[in-house]
Every structure is written in structure tokens, then in C-alpha cells.
Design a protein around this ligand. Structure first.
Ligand SMILES: C[S@@+](CC[C@H](N)C(=O)[O-])C[C@H]1O[C@@H](n2cnc3c(N)ncnc32)[C@H](O)[C@@H]1O
Length: 282
């Protein structure tokens, strides 16, 4: 079992490497994940002068959307990886958003005082933290009484063909070991009630979770493969194990299999996320 420091170092290297793909495919990723941000924001109760903390912001969502909704407020975007936050800063500039700042830090060790924020969001970050209970305790600590925490995670793989099509194609050529259930991986928090239990353990109340449909839309099966192979952590890691001819066979298999989702000139592959909300007691 790797130590927390080893997990953070591995995550730093992984996401620094993936950052180029995330910037390249920004609009496709944002369209796919937009419904999850919308669902989270609905429960975060954003005020005009909201003080907000976005954890594992990556390229900036949902923090940038929250900043737009709260023109007199302030949003702090945080992430373990400076390269990801650099993209968030470029996206904020391109969208004319000025009420954001960035801090590089790990979710389980936040450099903020107790009771600083009205809200905390974590879109698709939970599954990568070294210690999810410690991170949740940190989120509860920095929330003001009455403030809300809302996060999202992926539900189980068979509900997410947008990624399993690629992983099944990779498995025809590479040994993809089952992920360590207690270590970082995209589906680590997929079990119903798992994140809710962390919220309750951190003393939050009014905890609820609900599922949200997403759809990955690309212009062709080939574009689907290119996008997935350049930004999904599981796929990028597995593809590093195989040589170029094997990668070419994997690409052909993935393209053939995703073609079932092609209709009227676009490829639409479904998926499902889970959102979890909770409130810090008054
Ligand atoms: C799937 S991306 C999510 C980015 C963004 N929130 C979104 O939904 O588009 C996961 C992010 O978690 C970050 N991350 C991984 N381990 C972390 C940690 N210990 N603390 C903070 N962020 C971490 C990665 O650097 C990456 O930017």
C-alpha cells in the first residue's frame, strides 16, 4: 500500500502529463460534464457575494461557473497540480472572469482558516485523494456553519460506456489489473452511499445523493478514440504498457465498438455520475 506522499507524487505526475489533453479537448469535456456542474450548483445555493472553495478544480470547473454566478463573491480554485490550474487561469481570462484566485494544495491539507467558505465543491476529484476521510474533514472544517459541500463521482463502469468501450478495447492487448479499491482510480467512489458516509463521518447533516446522466459527444468514432486516449487517466496509463502495433489494434477495436453509438454524423456515448450534498451544522 503506497503512502500518502507516494500517492500525491504519482497523482501529480499523472495529471501534469494529462493536462495537455485536458486543454486540447476542453470544449468536449466541458459539454460532457456540464450537466454535473449544473446539478451541483443547484444544491450549493450560490449567493451574489458567495465565498467559495473549489477542490481539485483542474481546468476550473465548477469553480469558474460559480464565479460567474457570484459577481460580488470570490472563488478559490485549488488543485494538487499547477499545470492544471494554469489552464484554469487561461480559461478564466478567456471568459473575462476576474473574481477567482488559485492555490496549489492537496485536498487533505488545506491552507485555509476554519469557517472561511460558504460553499465547497469537488467535481470528479474525490477518487484521487490519498485519504478521503481526512479530505472530507478538511472540507467540513473550512465551511462556515450552514455552508454546503457538494461533490460528484463516477458510478460503476458498466453505467459509463463512454470509458468502458475504450478500456475493453485496451484489455484485448494489455493486462489491465483490477484497480486497488482503496487507491486512486476513477471508479473508487462508485459504491452507493460511500461518499455520503464520509460526509456523515465528518459531521455534516442533510446528506443526500442523486445520479446525473451525462453524454460524451464527438464528431466521429476516430475523434472519440483520440479524445479518450489523450485525457482519461485509466486509458492513458494502460496504453503506456503496449507497443505501437498493439496501440493501433486497440484503436481499431475501440473505433469499431463505439460506432454503435454513431447517428446522424455524431457519436453520443452515455454515462452516469453521482452528486452528493451535505450541510455543516449551525
Ligand atoms: C478528473 S480531474 C477533475 C477536474 C475538474 N474538477 C473537472 O471536473 O473538470 C481530477 C483533478 O484532481 C486533482 N487531484 C488529484 N489528487 C489531488 C489531491 N490530493 N488534492 C487536490 N487535487 C487533486 C488532479 O490534479 C486533477 O486536476
Amino acid at each position: 500500500m503506497p503512502s500518502a506522499d507516494e500517492i500525491r507524487a504519482a497523482q501529480r505526475a499523472t495529471w501534469a502529463g494529462l493536462s495537455v489533453g485536458w486543454e486540447k479537448w476542453d470544449s468536449v469535456i466541458m459539454n460532457q460534464l456540464g450537466p454535473v456542474s449544473a446539478a451541483m450548483i443547484e444544491r450549493l445555493d450560490i449567493a451574489d457575494d458567495h465565498q467559495h472553495l473549489d477542490i481539485a478544480s483542474g481546468t476550473g470547473e465548477p469553480g469558474l461557473t460559480i464565479a460567474r454566478l457570484s459577481p460580488n463573491g470570490r472563488v478559490v480554485l485549488t488543485d494538487l497540480v499547477a499545470e492544471m490550474l494554469d489552464i484554469a487561469v487561461r480559461r478564466a481570462g478567456a471568459q473575462g472572469i476576474a473574481n477567482v484566485e488559485t492555490t496549489v494544495c492537496s485536498a487533505d491539507d488545506l491552507p485555509f482558516d476554519d469557517a472561511t467558505f460558504d460553499g465547497v465543491s469537488v467535481r470528479f476529484g474525490y477518487m484521487f485523494f490519498p485519504d478521503v476521510a481526512k479530505a472530507t474533514a478538511e472540507f467540513a472544517r473550512v465551511l462556515k456553519p450552514g455552508g454546503r459541500l457538494c461533490s460528484s463521482v463516477w458510478v460503476r463502469p458498466d453505467m459509463n460506456p463512454w470509458t468502458t468501450i475504450a478500456m475493453q478495447a485496451i484489455a484485448t492487448e494489455a493486462v489491465v489489473p483490477p484497480p486497488d479499491p482503496s487507491g486512486p482510480n476513477m471508479f473508487r467512489c462508485a459504491a452507493p452511499g460511500q461518499v455520503s458516509a464520509l460526509y456523515v463521518g465528518a459531521g455534516l447533516c442533510d446528506v443526500a445523493e442523486w445520479d446525473v446522466d451525462v453524454e460524451l459527444v464527438t464528431q466521429s468514432p476516430a475523434e472519440y478514440w483520440q479524445m479518450i486516449s489523450e485525457h482519461v487517466s485509466l486509458a492513458v496509463a494502460a496504453l503506456q504498457q503496449v507497443d505501437e502495433p498493439a496501440r493501433e489494434r486497440i484503436r481499431a477495436t475501440a473505433i469499431a465498438n463505439v460506432s454503435a453509438f454513431e447517428k446522424d454524423g455524431t457519436v453520443r456515448v452515455p454515462g452516469m455520475a453521482r452528486c452528493i450534498v451535505g450541510t455543516k451544522r449551525q
